[in-house]
Design a protein around this ligand. Structure first.
Ligand SMILES: [Zn+2]
Length: 322
């Protein structure tokens, strides 16, 4: 596989682990090749249980380094977790990198999962060859990332690119982040699944039994109601994306995540919203992510060997992935 431009170079060998609310996905990478990969349920025992599970996976593989992608934010030195809203347990100030380095005797890098996904797509996926890209992951939540000059921006605490928490509906439903009407409350997987459960004859209380994947599957097989739900939220997605592109002056977008396989249903409404931005950003290129559900784990594995792992004594305000 050839890396033409941008993203971390796939050097050495590493384990990449992507921690989700439901599953942990891992990839054992050597160079750009995937040697092995797997999925297992996320333990409910909180951060100590998750750390023990990662150490167990690492013990079964011979790698130089370990990268861990997390669905939330990190401390300014990127060594501990802070806000991880969708995982069980108290993750505030949990020293995950130190804990894992003691348990595995390997250097450990922590990063946000959307930024991990973005760096993998930039190096090996649909964004290879591009330098300036906006990334959006549509799954249970909505994640985002921004690459400028072939580099995924991270910032203090790995907090740059939270497209899902831009306002789509002022005064709308409360979001897990504490604000109201974020794009995630309008077009996130939980909202889509709840709408699908209601439309399928259930009640609000039954909504958790439906998943975003159920809706995506129905939409792809031509179900009119499922397609209408996606088309309705697509305008909000396009409007927020248009704001991001106008602000940054960018015109390339990569869309991934569990809802992405049904993005073709949303595309016309998203493109309609983006058409209003043409004077500012020109024609917009909307690309589907290529690396699939292991993209986040691959990004963590790529970055684990891509930069000095020692934490800077004074974290820069805008640290980046080389
Ligand atoms: Zn929010």
């Amino acid at each position: 596989m050839v890396v033409t431009r941008g993203g971390p170079r796939p050097e050495g060998s590493a384990l990449g682990v992507d921690i989700g609310g439901t599953n942990i996905k891992w990839v054992h990478r050597a160079g750009a090749a995937v040697v092995a990969r797997g999925t297992l349920p996320t333990p409910a025992a909180g951060p100590a249980g998750v750390a023990a599970t990662i150490a167990e996976i690492a013990g079964a593989h011979t790698v130089e380094a370990i990268g861990v992608a997390l669905p939330g934010h990190l401390s300014p030195d990127l060594r501990s977790t802070t806000t991880i809203p969708n995982l069980d347990g108290d993750w505030q100030r949990f020293p995950l990198a130190d804990t894992l380095e003691r348990a595995t005797a390997k250097p450990v890098l922590l990063m946000n999962d959307a930024r991990a996904f973005a760096s993998a797509e930039l190096a090996l996926g649909s964004a290879r060859g591009h330098a300036d890209v906006v990334f959006m992951t549509m799954g249970t939540g909505i994640g985002g990332a921004i690459a400028l000059g072939g580099t995924v921006l991270r910032g203090s605490g790995d907090r740059i690119g939270e497209i899902g928490h831009m306002t789509a509906e002022p005064g709308g439903d409360p979001c897990g982040c504490g604000a109201r009407g974020c794009l995630e409350t309008v077009a996130g997987g939980r909202t889509l699944a709840a709408r699908w459960a209601l439309a399928s004859g259930g009640t609000g209380n039954q909504a958790p039994s439906a998943t975003p994947e159920d809706l995506v599957g129905a939409a792809r097989s031509g179900d009119t109601t499922a397609r209408e739900i996606l088309e309705t939220v697509a305008l909000a997605v396009g409007t927020v994306l248009g704001s991001v592109l106008a602000q940054l002056g960018l015109s390339t977008v990569v869309v991934g995540g569990g809802v992405a396989p049904a993005f073709d249903v949303m595309r016309p409404a998203v493109e309609l919203a983006l058409r209003d931005r043409r004077a500012l950003v020109g024609p917009v290129t909307l690309l589907a992510a290529e690396l699939g559900p292991y993209g986040g784990a691959m990004g963590a594995a790529l970055n684990a060997t891509a930069r000095p792992l020692a934490a800077p004594s004074t974290p820069s305000r805008l640290s980046v992935i080389p």
